[in-house]
Design a protein. Structure first.
Length: 171
C-alpha cells in the first residue's frame, strides 16, 4: 500500500477532491487506505470460518490487533466483541497483519470495533473508545481524559452504560 502523503503531497490537514473521488472506488489503493484508516485493519478468516455481527450479518473478515506483534493466531489477533470470539479459529496467521505501531509511537484512540467488555487499554499507547453504545442490547458511551501523556492509563477511561431497555443513543 502506498503512503498517502507520497501520492497526495497536498493532503496535510485536509482531504482534497481528487483523493476523495479515488478513495470512493473499491479496488483502488486509496479506497483500501481510507478503509483501514477509518475502520481498522481487517483480514479474511480462513476458508470455512465466519461469524455473525451485531446485526446478524455473516462476516468472513475480522478486525485485528494490528499493534500486537505477539499475535500469532487469528484468535489472538481478533479485536471485536467477546461473544464473537468463539467463532474465531486458533489457526496460525502470517506476520503481514501488523502495521508496525510500536509502544513508542504517539498514543492513538480508535473506534469502529464495537467492543463489549469493560473499557481498558489495548496497548500502553492504544485505547478503543467504541463500546457498542448504539447496540440494541446496550453498551457504553466511552471517553478518555487525555492530558498529553505517552503512556495511557485505564484509570482515565470515563463511561456511562446504556442498558438495552433504554432509548437507543442513535437511531
Amino acid at each position: 500500500m502506498q503512503d498517502l502523503e507520497v501520492c497526495f503531497p497536498s493532503i496535510n490537514q485536509y482531504l482534497d477532491d481528487n483523493l476523495l473521488v479515488r478513495a470512493s472506488r473499491e479496488g483502488r489503493s486509496e479506497h483500501d487506505a481510507i478503509e483501514t484508516l477509518l475502520k481498522g485493519k481487517e483480514i479474511e478468516l480462513p476458508k470455512g470460518h465466519m461469524f455473525f455481527d451485531k446485526d446478524g450479518h455473516t462476516r468472513h473478515e475480522v478486525r485485528i490487533r494490528w499493534f500486537d506483534g505477539d499475535a500469532r493466531t487469528y484468535y489472538e489477533a481478533f479485536l471485536g466483541p467477546e461473544k464473537a470470539r468463539t467463532h474465531i479459529p486458533e489457526d496460525p496467521i502470517g506476520a503481514d497483519h501488523l502495521l508496525q505501531y510500536s509502544h513508542d509511537d504517539p498514543p492513538v484512540f480508535i473506534g469502529h470495533y464495537w467492543l463489549d467488555s469493560k473499557p481498558e487499554l489495548l496497548a500502553p499507547n492504544v485505547a478503543c473508545l467504541d463500546y457498542s453504545v448504539a447496540a440494541k442490547s446496550g453498551g457504553k458511551l466511552v471517553a478518555y481524559r487525555w492530558d498529553g501523556e505517552q503512556a495511557l492509563s485505564n484509570e482515565k477511561f470515563v463511561y456511562v452504560e446504556r442498558k438495552s431497555s433504554q432509548v437507543p443513543a442513535f437511531a
